[in-house]
Design a protein around this ligand. Structure first.
Ligand SMILES: CC(=O)N[C@H]1[C@@H](OP(=O)(O)OP(=O)(O)OC[C@H]2O[C@@H](n3ccc(=O)[nH]c3=O)[C@H](O)[C@@H]2O)O[C@H](CO)[C@@H](O)[C@@H]1O
Ligand SMILES: C=C(OP(=O)(O)O)C(=O)O
Length: 448
């Protein structure tokens, strides 16, 4: 069993570097399946469990994948199977993103249903609606979805009922090799959509309008491998920004792109945090008590749901009462019970949480109920009295690279326990093939 141990009370200062974005690299790896010629080279690919999982999916499909020091190569010239196995899809919903590329390239795919997950039911109806509009026949049964097309998919107009990130990506990838033009209306506008469009265009696709609500894709006959660098992770950057603000610190978040962080920066500034956007990152300084603000999660450019729990941690120690409304996922307040174990006062009313600020948080044994909840509990631990132990670390490993090391580099008193041994896990020198185990963090002597 692994845990993060945090002793509160340290002010964060210094420089922390953001890794490549999980939510960009996953669809980009899936899109590599479209490369019928050449090899894709994907740089700044973070060593996350989710990255290892999607690489396994590609290998199960017959692609050759290597991973060495944050560079992935994918050779998908020969695809041996069109079936994404349950074994991997159940681990990570984003595995479902191989459906669009496989269907459009081969005319057939069979994928295990991704099912619901802790934060919500997360249906896939909008993905399927897009594929059907493009001429695919979809059948469901025995926990699998099968999609087949008679010849190439055909370009179509697809209106999304919700601006789904995954559906926009899946349809964009399918449309890249379809016959004719596809228009996605009410498309998601996230920076990761733009990153995927840039990657596809590098492969030879014709995608226009990514980052707006209307994306047009003109299908082409063939796509080839390309070299691409993944954008920095805005959720990881935002997590460090909040951690800095939380402790009254002064931190330079290197690599953070201020334009991708608009809603987080605006809310932090409203609270009294000083933010300076610089060429290669964002400096965060908090030198006075922070004011409570209300927050409502929305699709981009609204406040990201993936930052809701971290923001709630900050609001707990700010002055006044705030209302946090979650509109994207129906069950994304599981961290509230965990915060309560740390002495927080939060009342949940439907999709809103009323957060009483000025809490004197106390260290406790808590559990990461999902990826971002885990990060939020860790940053709450940074200001809590005594020691906080955060279990459920497998969630955190899906989306944060070397979180303990990065925070301790800023002065936090945090370390990780693996199998009852206290360790400081230094940044792993990752040099692994995805055929092996996931990167193992080096074990060093116990921290003082
Ligand atoms: C790998 C990745 O990029 N994950 C991100 C992606 O997830 P993901 O792509 O799964 O999220 P979506 O944007 O699809 O989901 C947004 C909302 O749309 C609903 N929906 C979605 C698809 C569909 O077919 N039908 C439907 O009703 C979902 O239940 C949810 O309520 O965007 C989420 C919302 O910003 C983020 O929290 C995730 O971190
Ligand atoms: C919900 C998240 O990711 P996923 O869609 O991969 O579950 C997240 O990154 O917070």
């Amino acid at each position: 069993m692994s845990k993060f141990i945090v002793r509160g009370g340290k002010v964060l200062t210094g420089n922390v570097k953001v890794s490549g974005a999980k939510n960009s690299v996953l669809p980009i790896i899936a899109a590599s399946l479209l490369g019928e010629e050449g090899v894709s080279i994907i740089r700044d690919a973070p060593p996350l469990d989710d990255v290892m999982t999607i690489n396994k999916v590609l290998e199960a499909l017959g692609a050759t994948v290597t991973y060495d020091r944050e560079v992935i190569t994918v050779d998908a010239q020969n695809i041996a199977s069109c079936e994404a196995p349950y074994e991997w899809v159940r681990k990570m919903r984003a595995s479902f993103l191989v459906m669009g590329p496989l269907l459009t390239r081969t005319g057939y795919t069979r994928i295990s249903l991704p099912g619901g997950c802790a934060i919500g039911t997360r249906p896939i109806d909008q993905h399927l609606k897009g594929f059907e509009a493009m001429g695919a026949e979809i059948t469901l049964g025995q926990g699998f979805i099968e999609a087949r097309s008679n010849g190439r998919l055909r370009g179509a107009k697809v209106y999304l009922d919700v601006a789904s990130v995954g559906a926009t990506e899946n349809i964009m990838m399918a449309a890249a090799l379809a016959e004719g033009t596809t228009t996605i209306e009410n498309a998601a506008k996230e920076p990761e959509i733009v990153d995927l469009a840039n990657y596809l265009n590098g492969m030879g696709a014709i995608v226009r309008g990514a980052g707006t609500g209307i994306i047009r894709i003109e299908g082409v006959d063939k796509l080839c491998g390309v070299e691409h660098t993944v954008i920095p992770d805005r959720v990881e950057a935002g997590t460090f920004m909040i951690a800095a603000a939380m402790t009254g610190g002064n931190v330079f978040v290197e690599g953070a792109i201020a334009d991708h962080l608009g809603p987080i920066i605006s809310k932090l500034e409203e609270m009294g945090v000083k933010i300076e956007a610089q060429e290669n990152g964002v400096r965060v300084t908090a030198d006075k008590p922070l004011k409570a603000v209300d927050v409502k999660t929305l699709p981009y450019p609204g406040f990201p749901t993936d930052m809701q729990s971290q923001m709630m941690a900050l609001l707990l120690v700010s002055e006044g009462t705030s209302v946090v409304t979650e509109t994207v996922f129906e069950n994304r307040f599981m961290h509230v019970d965990q915060f309560r174990l740390m002495n927080a006062e939060i009342k949940v009313e439907g999709r809103s949480s009323i957060v009483t600020g000025g809490a004197k948080l106390s260290g406790a044994k808590v559990c990461a109920t999902d990826l971002r909840a885990g990060a939020a509990l860790i940053i709450a631990g940074l200001v809590a009295d005594g020691t906080t132990e955060v279990s459920g670390t497998h969630h955190i490993d899906r989306g944060y690279v070397h979180l303990a090391e990065k925070l301790s580099g800023l002065g936090a008193d945090i370390w990780r326990i693996f199998e009852e041994k206290e360790v400081v896990a230094e940044p792993a020198k990752v040099s692994v093939s995805t055929h092996g185990e996931k990167p193992v963090l080096k074990i060093q002597p116990t921290m003082a």
